[in-house]
Structures are given as C-alpha cells and as structure tokens.
Write a protein that binds this ligand. Structure first.
Ligand SMILES: *[C@@H]1O[C@H](CO)[C@@H](O)[C@H](O)[C@H]1NC(C)=O
Ligand SMILES: [Mg+2]
Length: 356
C-alpha cells in the first residue's frame, strides 16, 4: 500500500504548485505593493469573492490608527472565517509610502498578538491587508469653504460629508470593490467584541441568498435628512416599479404625501428610517443593477444633498434597500455576531449554525 500513498503525495504537491501559480497569475495588482508583498487569498475555492472594507481616512494627512488596531484583530479573532479574504484599508494618502505601511503592519502585528492571535494567524492577517489610495474631491458647486455657505451640519467639514457620499453611492463604483460579490464594511470603532458567532457572515449571505445584512436600524433625525422624504416620494412617483416595491416592503410615509400647495414641505422634520452603516454587509451586484444605478445617479446629481443638508449614508441605505430589494427575502439583521460600536454593545441573538 506504500505506492498509492506516495502517488497521492506527489499529486497533492503538484496540485498545490499549480494552484499557487494560478493564483499568482490571476492576481490583478492595480494597487502598488511595496516590498513586493503579494496578498495571499483563500486557498480553498469559494463560490464568491468578498472583502472587509475600512475607510481609514478621507482627508490628506495622518489620522490615528489606534482604534483600527483594535478593530482588525477582533474582527479576525472573533469570527469563524471559512475563507481568507482581503482587508481593504481605503485611505486618502496616509499610507502612500512603504515606510508608513510597514509601520502600520508592525503595530498591527503587536496588537494582533496582544489579542491572542497565533503567530500564523497574525502573519496571515498581515498578508491580507491592502492599502488602497482613495481620494475624495468636493463636487462642482460646493466651495471649499462650505462652512461659509452654512451647511446644516458643519462638524468635521468636509470629511464627514465625503464619507456619507462615498458609502451612499461611490463605493459601488470603486475599482477594487465593484466586482466583488460581497463586502463587509466596518469602521475603526466597530468591534466584534466577543466570540459567539457560529458562522462566517459571507457564508451566511451565500447560503441564505441574502443581499444585505445590518446590525441595527434606528431612525435618523429629521434635521439631517431634509428633503429626503420628497426626494424618495418623487422618485417613486416617476418609477412605478419602485412605488410597488415600497408598497410590497411595507414602507411607511409621513402624513400628507399628496397634499397640494408650495407651502407644504412633505415630511419636514420627520425622522427617516436608517440602517446603521458601521456594520454594512452588501451583495454588490444588487446595488449595481441598472435600476439602482439610475437612482444613484439621480442621488448624486445634486451634491448639496450630501454637502449641505448632510444626508447620511445610513438613511440613504434604508431608501436603497426599501426601494429596490425585497426586504422580507433579501435582508438580515445579523444579531448573531456579538458587536459594539464605540463602547455601545448591541443586542445579540442566538446563533443557528449554517446547514451543511
Ligand atoms: C436569490 O436572490 C435573488 C435576489 O437577490 C433572486 O433573484 C433569486 O431568485 C434567488 N435565488 C434563489 C435560488 O432563491
Ligand atoms: Mg463610527
């Protein structure tokens, strides 16, 4: 019986070499990798692609990585990942040099070991970090001293506004993201705070055929969603299929949707539904359908929405989901994953292991 065993070993080694070659050739390197590090992706083939996405800076200049250095190891350690997906760090230039990347990776190595990751797990994680330069420009018509034009909320101008615009629609055209099956966005203050998840979130999406998962859905305040009710209402009136999807999903309008008269501002001051996007798990193709793209184009056509009214990505995500997805079929509250935003733990629920 020695012969078949040795034969098997030779075949296995040959297969491993072929797999390695195939992967090396397939990697489409559009971002520079200082030091020639080649990201190593999942060895076992998954029937989909995915990435974890952090927007680590939106303005030029440095930003403290302290929270990110906690968030990444906790995400790695406390989720039973079935595959090894890249961790995309979208930054506005702060990791453009090899030195800054190596310094970050060295600190990530330390914090991963402090969080109890094995040396192998730590090196694997480091090998999957991708630094991706992503710039955010003020749209035409929005002056750089936007504060002088009195946006509704001038805090963190314009970084916060860039962030909201990015996650509301630009992300679906990002070259590193648009062709993925799924992404999971986390913020640097998003913490997978404990073990307890009994599945890999991407596997959950795949097996249950879901298109969107979130962790909480509070309303967003009326004063930062000014104009959003009429915007969605007008869009639905002009797109009957959107109107019927909203009806199907049980979308609730504020009173007086069809009251006539210019003095009436429909939905003024009324809170808007939202999905907290510090945990935002998206099946990208469902946000790149022609119907969704048409809506996103319309959304982007007046930059005052994001830059002056300070529309947030959380209520916009709720509008997108209710206007274009089947809420009962396609979305999931992923409370199985123990999670906290900043120091606020979210309510968990029982985790039912995936079949198979
Ligand atoms: C999976 O979900 C999509 C919508 O995202 C739907 O069109 C498709 O029919 C579903 N497939 C199955 C097998 O249920
Ligand atoms: Mg946050």
């Amino acid at each position: 019986m020695a012969f078949p065993k040795r034969y098997f070993a030779i075949v296995a080694v040959a297969a491993a070499i072929l797999l390695y070659l195939a992967r090396t050739q397939n990697y489409d390197s559009w971002t520079s990798e200082p030091g020639g590090r080649i990201p190593v992706y999942s060895a076992d083939a998954a029937p989909y692609t995915a990435a974890i996405v952090y927007l680590v800076s939106v303005m030029p200049g440095p930003r403290s990585p302290d929270r990110l250095l906690q968030s990444i190891p906790l995400m790695q350690k406390n989720i039973p990942w079935q595959h090894k997906w890249p961790v995309l760090l979208l930054h506005a230039g702060m990791y453009d040099t090899a030195e800054s990347q190596l310094e970050f990776l060295s600190r990530l190595r330390d914090s991963s070991e402090q969080h109890g990751l094995t040396p192998e797990a730590t090196e694997g994680l480091l090998g999957r970090i991708e630094f991706i330069t992503t710039h955010h420009d003020l749209p035409e018509g929005i002056p750089a001293d936007g504060v002088a034009d009195n946006p509704i909320w001038s805090g963190e101008w314009p970084a916060y506004h860039h962030m909201c615009a990015f996650f509301s629609y630009k992300i679906f055209n990002h070259p590193r993201i648009k062709d993925l099956t799924y992404y999971l966005r986390l913020d640097d203050d998003s913490y997978v705070r404990a073990p307890g998840a009994c599945f890999d979130p991407f596997e959950y999406m795949h097996i249950h055929n879901k298109s969107f998962a979130f962790r909480d859905d509070p309303v967003d305040a009326g004063w930062v969603t000014e104009g959003m009710w009429p915007f969605v209402s007008n869009y639905a009136q002009n797109h009957p299929e959107v109107e019927s999807t909203l009806v199907h999903n049980g979308w609730q309008w504020p009173g007086g949707r069809f009251w006539p008269g210019p003095s009436h501002k429909f939905g003024e001051g009324v809170n808007f539904p939202s999905f907290e996007t510090n945990f935002d798990l998206v099946k990208v193709s469902r946000f790149r359908t022609p119907e969704m793209m048409e809506f996103l184009h319309e959304l982007a056509s007046d930059p005052r929405r994001f830059y002056w009214q300070r529309w947030g990505d959380a209520p916009v995500r709720a509008a997108e989901v209710y206007m274009f997805l089947d809420v009962a079929e396609e979305i999931h509250r992923m409370c199985e994953i123990p999670y906290a935003h900043k120091d606020r733990p979210f309510e968990d629920c029982e985790c039912v292991p995936l079949a198979g």
